[in-house]
Design a protein around this ligand. Structure first.
Ligand code: NCD
Length: 306
């Protein structure tokens, strides 16, 4: 039984195969349109989501399978006090694979220990978001041609942003990837990422507060939302929420081929005028998200032949 709880659950080779499969799905969607006929995906979402949940559902439907699930803790038995371990045992009888989003770090891991079906972590608290990372990797590989030899700027809420944590974990495995971590002091990456991943791995990185100063060095700029729901105090959120706003003027400082990525939802951190810039790749990223989730479902169900 395979699960996807962290991006590191896939080796670099497995990840390459998965991205190859996702690219083949992009080119020949009809080849895969019946592959999951008779299979069911359960989406267990204890926390709000639009993209991730619909993207999983769209992925399974595009494979000819069906979907069931809930989209908030209030509409599930969690509201009656049922544990995640019990819920997953029940769901194992109803579905062939499941995607779980939970506000508590580690909840999908607890579920995986009791599950008879593959569990995909669709975001656990401020911890990890491996399927967003697969999406980000496919976007970079498709539009830049490679995951090696890049300088990536990660900007915004690097403390609570789980997409950032997962993406750093995944990208340090490629050659010559340099990280520029752009955030206010209060929202720097957690120590377990800085020490255990970047320093222990001898990875080249720097931490800065001003986006303008580093803009011209970047091949990729990964913008993130300040994660309001994870703040302990609303005043602190209000003070930090508009720390970075990417505008047309700022884009003028960037390379002609720099890509702008964002896991979405966007609040104020990218002004809408940037959407028309050729370098804005965040809506393309959403489409790649469906292809990689299709590839992931097939891989975890052991149906990944191209
Ligand atoms: C991200 C998340 O849920 O962590 N959204 C997503 O899944 N695309 C980013 C965010 O909420 O800011």
């Amino acid at each position: 039984m395979r699960h996807l709880l962290s991006p590191l659950d896939l080796s670099v080779d497995e990840l390459d195969n998965l991205l190859d499969l996702a690219s083949d799905i992009e080119k020949n969607p009809e080849k895969y349109s019946e592959r999951c006929k008779g299979k069911k995906l359960a989406t267990l979402f204890y926390e709000p989501s639009t993209r991730t949940r619909l993207s999983f559902e769209s992925a399974m439907l595009s494979l000819g399978g069906s979907v069931l699930g809930f989209s908030s803790a209030d509409s599930s038995s969690a509201a009656k006090g049922e544990s995640v371990s019990d819920t997953i045992r029940i769901v194992s009888c109803y579905a062939d694979i499941c995607a779980m989003r939970h506000p508590k770090e580690g909840a999908p891991l607890v579920a995986a220990e009791k599950s008879n079906i593959p569990v995909i972590n669709a975001g656990d608290g401020g911890h990890q978001h491996p399927t967003q990372t697969l999406t980000d990797l496919m976007t970079i590989r498709s539009l830049k041609g490679s995951l090696s030899n890049i300088t990536i700027g990660l900007c915004g809420d690097l403390k609570f942003g789980r997409t950032v944590h997962s993406l750093i974990n995944a990208l340090v495995r490629y050659e010559n990837v340099k990280f520029v971590l752009i955030s206010p002091k209060e929202l720097r990456v957690p120590d377990y990422i800085r020490h255990d991943v970047l320093e222990e791995g001898n990875v080249e990185y720097k931490e800065v507060e001003k986006l303008d100063d580093v803009m011209s060095e970047l091949d990729i700029l990964y913008m993130t939302r300040v994660q309001r729901e994870r703040f302990f105090n609303e005043e602190e959120y209000i003070r930090l929420k508009d720390s970075y706003i990417l505008t047309k003027e700022k884009m003028n400082l960037a390379r002609k081929d720099m890509l702008v990525l964002h896991p979405l939802p966007r609040v104020n951190e990218i002004s809408v005028e940037v959407d028309d810039d050729e370098r804005a790749a965040y809506f393309k990223q959403v489409q790649y998200g469906v292809y990689v989730r299709m590839a992931l479902i097939l891989t975890l169900l052991g149906m990944e032949e191209i």
